[in-house]
Structure formats: structure tokens, C-alpha cells
Design a protein around this ligand. Structure first.
Ligand code: URA
Length: 437
């Protein structure tokens, strides 16, 4: 196999055979194919796409690049949720303990920040001591005792996704239907699940912003899962604005914990209840989605999910001061409020600008090997549609230096728009369900 020949074939729009695709990807894992060659291949896929049979092969090779999780002794239906990536999307941190409290077993394998979107692993690691690189044995023990556990891709499970994911992040090759499908479904199929709920984001902050593309992505993922006997449902949800009030790792954990305590933004709570309801339905714990939603909302309001989260954090080595206002999370040393320079209606809050805006402050990566600063980010004081007067605070930058505050304030000035009237109507929080391939 000569990598550059295969790259050229994909670049020129031809389909690759199983042997060719497998040779290239396994060569990459072994180190015979370099990051430079794989980046070129990913870019060729980005432009040319994959046909159905290539997509199925890619999922299969990625899945088989490692082991699958074993069921262990944890009792209950194994169900997970995965998002296609959004800004301010801290749903997993609330939903995993909530679903466990509802009687499900949630073996959640998550990713780091990707493109302009945040990653659950980076968010969790802002909790002092929290380990996402625990052994599989420990993972199973935690699943048994807590009902949920949260790790990243390992050398054993989905190693190819781990490598490709990091490379796509820094080579602008994330927003590709086949690459997203293979990345998500190879990980989720390796979790040995009974049910899976996909949160497919739609809008300017999503990787595939148009509803038609999001629908296609949802159908592709549902199709791949169902062909392998997994009960998958997809929910299309709004990402034309950030989810909730905060964007940035530690700030988002703080908001997630507030949500677990029955507080926090309504939209976050509603989406959690929707996805929790879908999980319960796919687990067979309820007969209708409406019943699932209600059950999820009741359990969230009851405080049991917060207690689960407390146990999860402890089991994974973390420490949170649940009685403190900031929960003992790392806090940025300085803040600056950005205020409205006119009165009017908040007509737009651009999620993509905020997602990218966190990166130069150190809250995301421009290279694969970078550490991130969990403290930095944005806290929104307004929502789209709010009426504001000149001088009202629109948002707060949390920074580690005066430079951060300057850069962050510029980002906010562009991202949060005040006008005489609303621009486009905000998307409904939940747009559609996709239940068939
Ligand atoms: N989430 C993933 O796990 N992979 C992607 O490609 C996008 C979102």
C-alpha cells in the first residue's frame, strides 16, 4: 500500500476498497502512515465524502481498532447519549448521573474539545483531581457502584477515533458527515449498549448547521446503529445560540452542577429532560416519551441525580465543594463585564464566535499536544430576545490575564448583538426526532 496513491484516489473522487481503507488506517495506527498523510486523507474525505459501503467499512475498522467494553456486573439497561458537538453543551455532565438515578447504566465515553465546540472530558477535568483516564477494571467497578462512569477513548477502546479526533480538531476536518458518523458510532458501538440517544445539533454553532444536513447526519448514524442491532434515536436540537449561560470548561461544570441541584437555565433543564426521556424510552423503562420526560424532570428536581454526581466525582478521584458557591472549581483571577452600547433587543448571540473565542484565551487547543486553562470563558447575562438598556451587562469575560480580558471583550462585542428587533426567529429547542435509518 502506498499511502499517497490512496490519498490521491480519494482526492479524485474514487471509492476505496475495504483492503485499501483498512491498510491506510491500520498503517496510521502503527505509525507507517504519518499525521501529514492522514490529514491529507481526511481533507480528501471532507471534500469527496464516502459512499455508504465506505462509511460502513470506516465504522467497522474504527470499531475493531480496539476492544469493546465488557458488560460487567452492573445491573440495568445500558444506555448512553452523545452529542454531535455544541457550544455551552454541558448536558452529558447532568444526564449521566440523572439516567443512572432513573435506573440505567451509563458507560459514557466522551471526547475533548473539537473545533469550536467544547468537550466533556476537558470539562470534567476542570474538577480538581477528576480522572478520565481510569483503567477499564476501575471503570466497571464504578459503573457497578454508581451506575455511570465517564472516560475518554483509550489505547484499548476506539484508539483510532482517539487519534483521528485529535488530528481533525487541528486540521479543520471536523464538519464532515461520514467522519462525524464514524467517530461517534465507532465509540458508541464499542460501549456494548442496549440503547443510544444522539443529540444532533442544528444552527450556526453546529458542525453541520443546516437542518437538512443535520437530518442526514442523524439518519446516517441511526442507520449505522440499527444495522448493528442497536436501538438508536436521534433528537435534533437548537445550536443557533449557546446552550445555557456559560461557555468555558469550569464555568460549564458549575452550571451543570447548578442544574443537578434543580437550578440553572431553563433550556438546559428542558433539554436534559427531553434526552433523559428518550433514554428511558429506549431502555424500556417507560412506555411513552411523555412519561420519560416527566420521569426525568421529577428525578432531576428530587436531588437524587446530584447525589449520584457527588458519588461519581468521588469515585473518579475528584473533589468538589458542593456547599461552596463556586463548588471549589478553578476560578479565573480576573473578570470584565461587556455592556450594551445601546438599548434594544438582544437579537443574536453567535455560538461559533464564542466557541472559537475561548481558544485564544487558552480554553481550547490550536495544537494536539496543548494543555488548556479550565478557568477561562464567558458568562452570558442575557438571552436572545431580552430587552436591554444602554449600559446593561451583556456578558462577563473570565480571563487569566489582562490580554484575555481584552481579547474576550472583543469577541463578545461581535458575538452579542443588540438591535431594534429580533433577527431570525430562534430555533425551537427541540426540532425533530429521527427514529428510523
Ligand atoms: N463528537 C464526536 O465524538 N465525534 C465527532 O466527530 C463530532 C462530535
Amino acid at each position: 500500500m502506498i499511502p499517497q496513491q490512496l490519498i490521491a484516489r480519494k482526492r479524485d473522487g474514487y471509492a476505496l476498497s475495504r483492503q485499501e481503507l483498512e491498510g491506510l488506517l491500520k498503517g496510521y495506527l502503527r505509525g507507517d502512515v504519518g499525521d501529514d498523510q492522514m490529514a491529507a486523507f481526511l481533507m480528501a474525505v471532507f471534500f469527496r465524502g464516502l459512499d455508504d459501503s465506505e462509511l460502513e467499512m470506516l465504522v467497522d475498522v474504527m470499531l475493531r481498532s480496539g476492544d469493546v467494553l465488557v458488560r460487567g456486573r452492573a445491573a440495568g439497561p445500558r444506555v448512553d447519549k452523545h452529542s454531535t458537538g455544541g457550544v455551552g453543551d454541558k448536558v452529558s455532565i447532568v444526564l449521566a448521573p440523572l439516567a443512572a438515578e432513573m435506573g440505567m447504566v451509563v458507560p459514557m465515553m466522551s471526547g475533548r474539545s473539537l473545533g469550536h465546540t467544547g468537550g466533556t472530558l476537558d470539562k470534567l477535568e476542570s474538577i480538581p483531581g477528576f480522572r478520565t483516564d481510569i483503567s477499564l477494571e476501575r471503570f466497571n467497578t464504578i459503573l457497578e457502584s454508581v451506575g455511570c462512569a465517564m472516560i475518554g477513548q483509550t489505547e484499548e477502546i476506539a484508539p483510532l477515533d482517539r487519534r483521528l479526533y485529535a488530528l481533525r480538531d487541528v486540521t479543520a476536518t471536523v464538519p464532515s458527515l461520514p467522519l462525524i458518523t464514524a467517530s461517534i458510532m465507532s465509540k458508541k458501538l464499542a460501549e456494548c449498549l442496549d440503547g443510544l440517544v444522539l443529540d444532533v445539533k442544528v444552527g450556526s454553532g453546529a458542525f453541520l448547521s443546516r437542518i437538512e444536513d443535520a437530518r442526514k447526519l442523524a439518519r446516517a448514524m441511526v442507520g449505522v446503529g440499527r444495522a448493528r442491532g442497536l436501538a438508536v434515536t436521534a433528537v435534533l436540537s437548537a445550536m443557533d445560540r449557546p446552550l445555557g449561560h456559560s461557555v468555558g470548561n469550569a464555568l460549564e461544570v458549575r452550571e451543570a452542577v447548578a442544574c443537578l441541584a434543580g437550578e440553572g437555565p431553563d433550556e438546559l433543564r428542558h433539554l436534559v429532560a427531553e434526552l433523559g426521556g428518550e433514554m428511558a424510552l429506549s431502555a424500556g423503562l417507560v412506555l411513552t416519551l411523555e412519561e420519560g420526560r416527566r420521569r426525568a424532570a421529577d428525578v432531576l428536581a428530587g436531588g437524587g441525580a446530584l447525589e449520584r454526581f457527588r458519588r461519581l466525582v468521588k469515585a473518579q478521584g475528584g473533589t468538589l465543594g458542593f456547599s461552596q458557591d463556586d463548588f471549589g472549581l478553578p476560578v479565573a483571577p480576573m473578570t470584565r463585564a461587556v455592556t450594551a452600547n445601546r438599548g434594544g433587543i438582544v437579537s443574536r448571540i453567535d455560538p461559533r464566535a464564542l466557541g472559537y473565542g475561548v481558544i485564544p484565551m487558552g480554553g481550547g487547543r490550536t495544537r494536539q499536544d496543548q494543555d488548556i486553562d479550565p478557568r477561562v470563558g464567558f458568562e452570558l447575562c442575557t438571552r436572545v430576545g431580552d430587552q436591554v438598556s444602554r449600559g446593561d451587562p451583556l456578558a462577563i469575560v473570565h480571563g487569566a490575564s489582562p490580554d484575555d480580558l481584552f481579547v474576550g471583550a472583543r469577541v463578545l462585542e461581535d458575538a452579542v448583538e443588540v438591535a431594534d428587533r429580533l433577527g431570525d426567529d430562534p430555533l425551537p429547542l427541540v426540532l425533530e426526532r429521527v427514529v428510523g435509518g
